[in-house]
Design a protein around this ligand. Sequence first.
Ligand SMILES: [Zn+2]
Ligand SMILES: [Zn+2]
Length: 163
Amino acid sequence: MQGLPTQGGGIGSHRAARKESAGRRSHVRACQGDRSPQGVLVMPFAAPHPCTHPGCSTLTEGRRCREHRREEWRQQARNRPNPAAAGYGHEWRKASRRFLRENPLCVLCLKAGKIRASEVTDHIIPHKGDMALFWDRTNWQALCWRCHSRKTAFNDGGPSQLS
Ligand SMILES: [Zn+2]
Ligand SMILES: [Zn+2]
């Protein structure tokens, strides 16, 4: 009875170590199997089953048959943020913060004779994914939230008439 816990622990840790390397191996194998068009490297227990795409009964080792996997990839690529959305990343936030520091007042409020702090860097001409226009500082203006949301709402109905 006294030797059991030690022995059990010994086996357990040994097993854990083996499991780790086996896990890594099987992970690699699973990835290769997933990509292999012939499905040669598929693990034995991954029995072929129907593709999960609704209405498709093609047998596959993965989640989807080759055709629908490709379709899924294409769809994911389409859903990936476009360059314009990517532009609103870290670099943009940094540049925008700097711009607002240099232009601390909302330019539209200023035109109307009001003093209000700027909160948003707005693109005067909507860049619509045009990176040159996006990063062109001469196309930037500092706005407060109120003016920005008013302009955005306006832009939804057509080209900007502001500025
Ligand atoms: Zn399918
Ligand atoms: Zn304003």
